[in-house]
Design a protein around this ligand. Structure first.
Ligand code: PBG
Length: 326
């Protein structure tokens, strides 16, 4: 027999063979598109560090959502930027809050759209932290009530999925309990479970105006150098407390964590391809250094292969368009 005996290239010979042997396929249904909502009228402000991503006032939001729905996107994730901030994040849980208004409006216009809301206080607090502050510390248990109140107000507005991103201990249980108590036992809970204190969130903090005014988020978000067991434990607790979907965030530098979660748990796994990851690809492609479409589709294929059932990404609208082309 001629050398080499094994010729893997036989199966790569032509496009039909390669297509036949494809094992990871991404579809538009895999994606959730994050959007930012602000007060005011006729506002559509591009985030300078995130080209192609905008803050929309409510009147502009409907048109923007209509465009992505037409592309086949079935789910959006909403972040709100309040008119005023205070030390207890009131804007996060009032009935007239920006996210609550956006959810009501979108539910009316797009009854089938899956609306996800980010449940956190950092956009709404004057200090920019995800919980209440006492003597410079972020309080855990006292914050839980406010997070539960925030999630309830989103559910009352019509949110299909509430997604706590604060990383307080026990928040999934606190939110589940409150939702069940008030008759929202069918509201889905997607927990940001393995959420790292990441430098990749930089552009988001411009988009959501949520930079901490002192210190950082390292006392509540996870240390990237921590053990994989810590990520498993965080996720396991969230599942035991009632999470329906668990999330790994960020995505690109944490694909090992995504794979671990997929192997470890039966619960669906979401991964969040965050702002900094988006901006890097945008910047490189704007410079002509990489081809945006093929790089993004390759990355999404990788995230899905790693074990993501759902991918949250600012590229979602472009992906939907590209998938229609092929
Ligand atoms: C709120 C929240 C953040 C992100 C999602 N929800 C910021 C943070 O934790 O600092 C980041 C999303 C992104 O970077 O795209 N806590």
């Amino acid at each position: 027999m001629a050398f080499p005996e094994t010729r893997l290239r036989r199966l790569r010979k032509n496009q039909n063979l390669r297509d036949m042997l494809t094992s990871t396929i991404i579809t538009v249904n895999d994606f959730v598109y994050p959007m930012f909502v602000i007060y005011g009228k006729n506002k559509e402000i591009e985030i300078s560090s995130m080209p192609g991503v905008y803050q929309y006032s409510l009147d502009k939001l409907v048109g923007a959502v209509e465009n992505v729905v037409k592309l086949g996107i079935r789910s959006v994730l909403l972040f709100g930027i309040p008119e005023q901030k205070d030390s207890v994040g009131t804007g996060a849980y009032i009935e007239t809050g920006i996210v609550q208004q956006a959810v009501r409006l979108l539910k009316k216009e797009f009854p089938d759209l899956i609306i996800v809301t980010d449940v956190c206080l950092c956009e709404y607090t004057s200090h920019g932290h995800c919980g209440l502050i006492e003597n410079g510390n972020v309080l855990n248990d006292q914050t839980l009530d406010l997070l539960a109140k925030t999630a309830l107000s989103h559910a009352e507005a019509g949110a299909d999925i509430v997604a706590p991103s604060d990383m307080m201990d026990g928040r999934v249980g606190a939110i589940r309990k409150e939702l069940d108590l008030k008759g929202y036992e069918n509201t889905i809970l997607m927990a940001y479970s393995a959420k790292y204190a990441s430098s990749f969130y930089g552009p988001f903090r411009e988009a959501a105006d949520s930079t901490p005014q002192f210190g950082d988020r390292k006392t509540y978000q996870m240390d990237p150098r921590g053990s994989i067991n810590e990520a498993v434990l965080e996720t396991k607790l969230d599942i035991l407390e009632g999470a329906d979907i668990v999330m790994v965030k960020p995505a690109m530098a944490y694909m090992d964590i995504i794979r671990k979660m997929k192997d470890e748990f039966l619960t669906p796994i979401a991964s969040y391809n965050v702002s900094g990851e988006y901006s890097m690809i945008k910047a490189a492609s704007q410079n002509g250094w990489i081809d945006e479409k093929s790089v993004v589709l390759e990355l999404m294929t990788g995230l899905k292969r790693a074990g993501s059932d759902i991918i949250l990404t600012y590229h979602a609208a472009s992906i939907a368009k590209w998938l229609q082309e092929v």
